[in-house]
Design a protein around this ligand. Structure first.
Ligand code: AMP
Length: 220
């Protein structure tokens, strides 16, 4: 099964994708992570991408399209995946459709009130070693990553000022492409404003209500 996580930055796309991954071993493919890995390696694409990401604006279409095509051609995602962060603009959607980059079975559309998104941005921590996402707002007192013991990092674009820009870009560039997937009848809307476990349950209930089943195949 091929999932696309959709929603504003900080809606919880990565967190819910990781939870689905932990339970059903479905590989996650995050455009933002692919870009950050490229930055960490110091690739020329990464150096270019960083200058856009630090401003909260979109990395050029040709760069992200080349990266995602390469990633989706790997054998580990042949059976299915959870895609997060692509396509994200009308240009990317155009290429996605025309070049038949992949098909998508389910679009998980996370709805979260704006005030909650802003609260989350200041608390997000990302493990420097395994990428595990934590939020200090969950009040679990994790000083280090509970998964691998790694140190917490704070993303350079996780601050209120850059967030406001990222949110505006989401409204102007990304939200309109939801209509394309709605037209295909693939969108399942999930209330994502609660803490992760509750939002995850909301997602499973929304899948059930929409007749989506077969997740177990990934554990086989
Ligand atoms: P994210 O990790 O999804 O919040 O993405 C972080 C940043 O990476 C975004 O603010 C953009 O600068 C860049 N980015 C992620 N996905 C895309 C995409 N599909 N197209 C262009 N830029 C992207």
């Amino acid at each position: 099964m091929k999932f696309l996580m959709f929603g504003a930055p900080m809606a919880g796309k990565g967190t819910l994708a990781n939870m689905l991954n932990e339970k059903y071993s479905i590989p996650t493919v995050s455009m933002g992570d692919i870009l950050r890995e490229s930055i960490a390696r110091g690739d020329k694409e990464g150096v270019l991408a960083k200058s856009y990401m630090d401003k909260g604006v979109m990395v050029p279409t040709e760069v992200v399209c080349a990266m995602i095509k390469n990633r989706l051609a790997q054998p580990d995602v042949a059976k299915g995946f959870i895609l997060d962060g692509f396509p994200r603009t009308p240009d990317q959607l155009d290429i996605f459709v025309k070049e038949n980059i992949t098909d998508i079975d389910v679009v998980v559309n996370l709805e979260v009130p704006y005030e909650r998104l802003l609260e989350r941005v200041v608390g997000r921590r990302t493990c420097k070693d395994c990428g595990y996402i934590y939020n200090t707002g969950w009040n679990l007192g994790y000083e280090i990553c509970p998964k691998c013991g790694g140190e917490w990092g704070i993303r350079s674009d996780d601050n209120e000022e850059t967030y406001k820009k990222r949110y505006d870009v989401y409204i102007s560039d990304t939200l309109p492409i939801l209509d394309y997937f709605k037209g295909l009848g693939k969108v399942v809307t999930v209330q994502g404003g609660a803490e992760p476990e509750q939002s995850y349950q909301n997602m499973l209930e929304a899948f059930k209500a929409s007749g989506i089943s077969g997740l177990e195949q990934f554990n086989a």
